[in-house]
Design a protein around this ligand. Structure first.
Ligand code: GAL
Length: 623
């Protein structure tokens, strides 16, 4: 199987989305000249070019793309060629309205934007495969081609009849019989029992609250359905040239597609990330999504999109201050990326994204932003020469459990606290380690965790027998586990565990939770009525409705330690607790005693020091 190394060919990648179809041909030569000046070595072409490639059904126009790829190749610039299937041309929706996605209210979304497709509609699937096939047949051996970029930011949902039909097929494969489906969905509640398969639909707008397990299964199905679109296109391009690596671009931490499952189908993982330059937590969030990407693919990944400046979809689209794009680009390299690409190369003159940042802004090459782009290009060229960086792994002693199953289920409607966000919990646990310059991987709950000294499970809502068995043996074998609140609550069908929480892990943490106690008040949003069952009480509530009750527990289990945190602690308290867990587990920072605001990451033979907001500081290598 090819990998990212087949695309990088020994150089860190630098560039961005390039949309020549938005510009007259006389601009293309200037583009290539300026790309060379900036040190761009990869352009992502064709992401939204379906209408330009196939102006009428079945009539392909590749002339312009031949010219563009030829110009890029002659300029020494590689191409990430996209299948354009995220944005069908109007002729598809006009001729086949069933290809337009339908909301749960039955209303269809019209064309006139992008992502307006139903992943189940046969005419969409046929047309998407046809344009993919035609592209692959023509360009799979083009000398400029470095990688295939399938679709764009998969995540579209639809609730139409075609989807219902596919959903029923998916459910039959999962449950076998209608009786099993009725049992899993708990349809005894509210007279929801299905008597024939034909009665089963996608979740639709209902009078009151819908069935949570139907919702959960539809989320699982939605991820699988889109994955099927991706793999169909991947297989089509691979068939023409198996040596070219294939990827699709993920959006940060994004619930609709199960990153673990998807990453298995990619030759490498790529990320689109747009932290808000006005957000004081942007560097933290950026670090976290970059660590997630490295972990999903288990190796080097590609930063496919970031904005060199503003992101125009924000209510206030503040640009990046001087140096910020460089800093965040280096953060990506530090955390395992082998390339830094942008949305986009040249700023659009028209259309919804005319106010979006670009490497080549409306002001032209005589601009701060373009000069910064050139400087970044030079930096990446220099770093390509550094031994032990390109392709190198990032070592981590800590794993944070990331579980799409728990994420979907914990955020279903009518959980105890509507504002209890899964990613918020992950971020709270990740943050103190990031501040302490302790590198974390993310891991699947069912993964082999034995190489980690410390495992954090900030909100392991769903615990299956297999996951419980894995965590039990991890702790028994000498590992340290920190289990956060609202964990071990339900099984895979959203059937609540009886007899106390965290269900199958009660004996491991030595705690039994009787009640979840969410609060609307400021202070903590969540506490639990819990009793130790073998664990030592480390912290108790101070004030509030559960004043004096135990909240944080530490349990020696086998050769290891299991902590249970039955609350959302104040940041300082959580930082203290995790510092103790790290110290006991022998987890050390990349470098100790750095000034606040300086991030340190070791990748291969290189230590990156990233100054986010120290003001100014001097760090000397140890004597
Ligand atoms: C991404 C998308 C790009 C562009 C960008 C703007 O979601 O893939 O095509 O729209 O956002 O920030």
């Amino acid at each position: 199987m090819p990998g990212l190394g087949d695309a990088t060919r020994g150089r860190l990648l630098f560039g961005g989305d390039y949309s020549p179809e938005q510009w007259p041909p006389d601009v293309w030569e200037e583009d290539v000249r300026l790309m060379r000046e900036a040190g761009v070595n990869l352009a992502t072409v064709g992401v939204f070019a379906w209408a330009a490639l196939e102006p009428e059904p079945g009539r392909f126009d590749f002339g312009w793309l031949d010219t563009v790829l030829g110009l890029l190749h002659d300029g020494g610039i590689g191409v990430a060629l996209a299948t354009p299937t995220a944005s069908p041309p109007p002729w598809l929706g006009h001729r086949h309205p069933e290809t337009l996605p339908q909301g749960p209210d039955g209303v269809r979304r019209h064309y006139g934007s992008r992502n307006h497709y139903c992943a189940s509609a046969p005419p969409y699937r046929r047309a998407a495969l046809a344009v993919t096939e035609a592209l692959a047949a023509r360009y799979a051996h083009h000398p400029a081609l470095r990688l295939w970029h399938i679709g764009n930011e998969y995540g579209t949902t639809c609730h139409c009849g075609h989807c219902a039909e596919r959903f029923r097929g998916w459910l039959r494969a999962r449950y076998g019989t209608l009786d099993a489906l009725n049992a899993a969905w708990g349809t005894a509640v509210w007279s929801q029992r299905y008597s024939t398969w034909d009665e089963v639909t996608a979740p639709l707008t209902v009078q009151y609250i819908g069935n949570p397990t139907q919702d959960l299964d539809y989320q699982r199905f939605g991820s699988d359905l889109l994955l099927e679109c991706y793999t169909a296109e991947r297989d089509a391009v691979r068939a023409h040239n198996p040596a070219v690596p294939v990827t699709t671009n993920f959006m940060d931490l994004y619930r609709p597609v199960d990153g673990w499952r998807w990453a298995e189908e990619e030759d490498f993982v790529s990320l689109d990330t747009y932290p808000d330059p006005g957000d004081p937590g942007a560097a933290l969030r950026g670090a976290m999504s970059k660590d997630v990407m490295r972990s999903l693919g288990g190796g080097p990944w590609l930063l496919m999109e970031q904005s060199p400046g503003a992101a125009s979809w924000r209510p206030v689209s503040t640009p990046k201050r001087p140096g910020l794009n460089r800093l965040w680009s280096l953060q990506a390299l530090a955390r395992g990326a082998d390339g830094v690409l942008h949305f986009q190369w040249r700023a659009s003159r028209q259309g919804p994204e005319r106010a979006h940042g670009a490497l080549l802004p409306h002001a032209g090459p005589d601009s701060r932003v373009f000069r910064e782009a050139c400087a970044l290009g030079r930096t990446l060229a220099e770093l390509s020469e550094v031994d032990g960086l390109l392709g190198a792994p990032v070592a981590a002693d800590v794993a944070v459990l990331l579980d799409w199953e728990s994420w979907r289920a914990a955020e279903l409607p009518h959980q105890p606290h509507a504002g209890f966000g899964y990613v918020d919990r992950l971020t709270e646990y990740y943050e103190p380690l990031w501040r302490a310059n302790i590198t974390c991987d993310f891991a699947r709950p069912a993964a082999d965790l034995s190489r980690y000294k410390l495992v954090l499970a900030p909100n392991l809502y769903q615990v299956t027998p297999a996951v419980a068995a894995g965590l039990r043996s991890y702790v028994a074998g000498g590992g340290t586990l920190v289990l956060g609140p609202f964990s071990g609550v339900a099984d895979q069908d959203e059937r609540v565990h009886i007899g106390g929480w965290p269900g199958l892990l009660m004996d491991v943490v030595g705690v039994r939770v009787e009640e979840h106690w969410p609060q609307a008040s400021p202070g903590t949003i969540w506490q639990e009525w819990a009793e130790p069952r073998g664990a030592a009480v480390v912290e108790s509530a101070q004030g509030g409705p559960l004043d004096g009750r135990p909240m944080v527990f530490r349990h020696e289990y086998g050769a290891g330690i299991a902590w249970y945190v039955g609350t959302v602690p104040a940041p300082d308290a959580l930082a203290g607790l995790l510092a103790r867990a790290c110290a006991e587990a022998g987890v050390r920072p990349v470098l100790p005693d750095l000034p606040p605001g300086v991030e340190a990451v070791r990748r291969g033979g290189v230590v990156f020091l990233l100054d986010h907001d120290s003001g100014a500081c001097e760090i000397r290598p140890a004597a």
